[in-house]
Design a protein. Structure first.
Length: 116
């Protein structure tokens, strides 16, 4: 299982020890509303990253969507959730989708011993 201490360790590596990160789990309906409001996409999504201040941000995760995706890609819930938390943290660090982000995702997945 993905422990809080492992997540905290990765958070320190990616965002720094002074970064204040909150993680919230929301329903599909709430995920869809937030995604529509901030990204103009009318669907629930797995993870949303919001940078609130210089050293403060939030990850909003939808466990229902994540469970469906994990099943679809034949992955465990914990491993897929761990990957998405890393993915969201990298967005908070300012990275966008691309080769650099994918490389860092692999590095941190190895550290967490998750390899989706």
């Amino acid at each position: 299982m993905l422990s809080a201490s492992k997540i905290e360790s990765i958070k320190k590596d990616i965002l720094g020890k002074d970064y204040s990160l909150s993680v919230a789990f929301v329903s599909e309906e709430k995920s869809r509303k937030i995604n529509k409001k901030y990204r103009n996409k009318d669907r629930a999504t797995n993870v949303l990253s919001f940078s609130l201040r210089k050293n403060e941000g939030e990850l909003i995760l939808c466990r229902t969507v994540i469970k469906k995706e994990a099943k679809k890609i034949n992955e465990t819930l914990d491993r897929w959730l761990g990957f998405l938390i890393i993915h969201g943290m990298l967005h908070l660090k300012g990275l966008e989708h691309g080769a650099k982000m994918e490389k860092l995702e692999k590095v941190y997945c190895e550290k967490l011993k998750i390899n989706p």
